[in-house]
Design a binder for this molecule. Structure first.
Ligand code: ADP
Length: 620
């Protein structure tokens, strides 16, 4: 539940963080953009320094190579001769052709020879329609300089050819006399063609700031600044540039780095930005400027900044996700800690309950122990009291049993003495006989008591029950016959082995049968039923009579010693008590109950003996 509600919350928070990050990163990017742009522009400027060096070197090379040519060529003797004789129809065409050949060989545009008035006498371009021959160039500085200073150089738009060129001139001497001037012109368009191939623009400006060379045709003869009045007058005088083509190029300059500017050129209503690399060609008084468009550097700067912003954003995103995860982890750990504490508290509570219960139990156990001790003490006291009571009971019974015959013995003895005194020996003998009978009775009691007191030392082992019963019935036969009693015995076919002692078991069974007969004393047809049952590992002998049964009082004390309902001369009350102990010694039980249809049933319950011990039994 909590998880499901937390995710959208977390993602909305993440979104907010992201937006904030985006805004911040964008602001930072925008703030850094100008610096980055300047950096990339400076880089561009530095990179293009090589281009500048190449351009300047090429120009310088071309100029210096040509520079020496006029001096060398002017030494040709034919030149002095044609200057001496300009109308020589033999020499002039020859000189013309020679100059043409030389121009071709030296790869220069034109070579021509002028007299001291500036009139062209011979020229390499003599064949061309607009040939220099017959044209006067005394207005050009190279002519005057060569004439006056021995050397001339100039750059200008050719008034005849209409081509921009660089002029070198040297005087032609006849001995020591200057007889004319030789001029060589080279064209510079080839450079422009080369420059046009690169994305940079190159401009070459003269000392008057006029662009003389450039790969951009529209910039030709445009000036980078206002041309001073004096310079303008010189241009007019020397016809260096056509005045109608001189324009002012609208530019703005911004310093970028030492030696580098950002130049904005506005033409046709749009502005172009360039990074400049400026060099000088001192010999010509030229300033060479390599203009590199700023656009690629600006684009690169913007891309870099955009990348940086994205990178920042990405890093921020990662940081936010990381922080959020961390926060969630901390929260989870916190929750776990709370759960654990709660659990520990609960466990502590339960433990406290348990401890309390335990303490209570311990206390109860203690109390029980005390109670048990008390009980045991009481019990032993009771046992002690019981023993004493039994002893008292026994003493009373014994004194009763022995007193009666003893009193009779005394009476009979007194009588016998009296009869002897009166000399009546027969009566005296009769009384002595009675005394003897009393002595027998007392002996019988004493024998029973001995039996009772004797601890069973007889061996206990497998006893053949049927065989024992057979002996008992045989023993009892005279008594049964005497009272005309019927005995029913369902005798099983096979011998049954039980644990016990043969003689003592006989004693128990004789006692039970005797009691049964005693109980049916008043019956005319006494009936005793003996049966044997098996229950698991137990074997039971039931002895049932049809007498009055057992009274409540008898049932309670039947097995107590000296309990008897019989007249003093007949029963001692020891038979069942002794039998009970005998059967218990055998590991069995003796029990009594009343039959629902009348009469009492006594059951001897004994353990069945292992049949394999039959051999041992046979030996008995
Ligand atoms: P005694 O036979 O000497 O009295 P016993 O211990 O054998 O001593 O018997 C105790 C008493 O149990 C008897 O006096 C009698 O009251 C009662 N009793 C024993 N056997 C039977 C029986 N089969 N039917 C009724 N009462 C019996």
């Amino acid at each position: 539940m909590t998880r499901r509600t937390r995710i959208p919350f977390a993602s909305s928070r993440l979104l907010r963080w992201l937006l904030l990050g985006l805004v911040l990163a964008t602001i930072a990017g925008l703030a850094a953009l100008p610096r980055v742009e300047r950096y990339f522009l400076s880089e561009t400027a530095t990179r293009e320094e090589a281009t500048l060096r190449l351009a300047t070197a090429a120009l310088r090379g071309a100029l210096s190579r040509t520079e020496v040519l006029p001096g060398l060529l002017a030494e040709r003797p034919i030149l002095a001769r044609i200057l001496e004789d300009p109308d020589n129809e033999g020499l002039v065409p020859f000189a013309n052709e020679q100059l043409r050949q030389t121009a071709l060989t030296l790869d220069v545009a034109d070579i021509w020879v002028m007299d001291t008035a500036g009139m062209t006498i011979a020229a390499s371009n003599y064949r061309r329609e607009r040939s220099f021959v017959g044209r006067r160039f005394n207005y050009r500085p190279y002519f005057n300089n060569a004439l006056n200073d021995g050397r001339g150089r100039f750059h200008a738009l050719g008034t005849t050819s209409g081509q921009r060129g660089y002029y070198f001139a040297a005087p032609v001497l006849d001995g020591t006399e200057i007889v004319g001037v030789l001029a060589v012109k080279i064209l510079l368009d080839g450079f422009e063609a080369t420059w046009r191939e690169s994305e940079n623009s190159v401009i070459v400006t003269d000392p008057s700031n006029v662009i003389f060379l450039s790969d951009r045709r529209d910039w030709h003869f445009a000036s980078l600044g206002p041309i001073p009045e004096r310079a303008l007058r010189a241009i007019t005088r020397t016809r260096q540039y056509p005045l109608d083509r001189l324009t002012l190029l609208e530019t703005e300059r911004e310093a970028l780095a030492p030696g580098h500017d950002i130049l904005t050129v506005r033409s046709n209503g749009r502005g172009e930005d360039f990074v400049t690399n400026t060099g000088l060609i001192a010999s010509a008084g030229w300033r060479v400027m390599v203009l590199t468009p700023t656009r690629p550097a600006i684009v690169q700067a913007r891309q870099t900044v955009a990348l940086a912003v994205l990178g920042l954003l990405f890093a921020g995103l990662i940081a936010v996700v990381f922080l959020q995860r961390r926060a969630r982890l901390v929260e989870r750990l916190d929750q776990q800690r709370r759960h654990r504490e709660q659990l520990e508290r609960r466990v502590a509570d339960r433990t406290a309950d348990l401890n309390a219960a335990n303490a209570q139990l311990v206390q109860e156990v203690e109390e029980r122990k005390v109670t048990e001790d008390r009980l045991r003490r009481t019990q032993s006291e009771l046992v002690q009291a019981g023993k004493l009571a039994a002893l008292g009971q026994m003493s009373a019974a014994l004194s009763h049993e022995f007193n009666q015959p003893l009193a009779a013995v005394k009476a009979y003895a007194d009588n016998a003495a009296t009869f002897l005194d009166r000399d009546r020996p027969d009566e005296a003998r009769k009384n002595i006989g009675l005394i003897s009978q009393m002595a027998d009775r007392m002996a019988a009691i004493s024998k029973h008591l001995r039996n009772f007191a004797r601890r069973p030392q007889d061996r206990i082992g497998p006893v053949p029950l049927l065989s024992v019963l057979d002996d008992v019935l045989e023993l009892m036969a005279p008594k049964l016959n005497a009272v005309k009693a019927e005995l029913r015995f369902e005798r099983p076919g096979e011998e049954i082995l039980v644990m016990g002692g043969r003689v003592r078991l006989q004693q128990v069974l004789v006692n039970l049968l005797s009691n049964a007969l005693d109980a049916m004393e008043r019956r005319e047809t006494p009936l005793v039923e003996v049966s044997i049952r098996a229950e698991g590992g137990r074997r039971m002998v039931d002895v049932r009579d049809h007498g009055p049964g057992l009274e409540k009082e008898a049932l309670a004390q039947l097995f107590d010693p000296f309990f008897s309902t019989k007249s003093p001369g007949k029963g001692l009350g020891l038979g069942l008590s002794i039998s009970y102990n005998i059967v218990r010694d055998f590991g069995g039980t003796l029990a009594a109950r009343n039959h629902p249809e009348g009469g009492a049933i006594f059951t001897v319950d004994l353990a069945a003996a292992d049949p394999e011990s039959a051999e041992a039994v046979a030996a008995q």
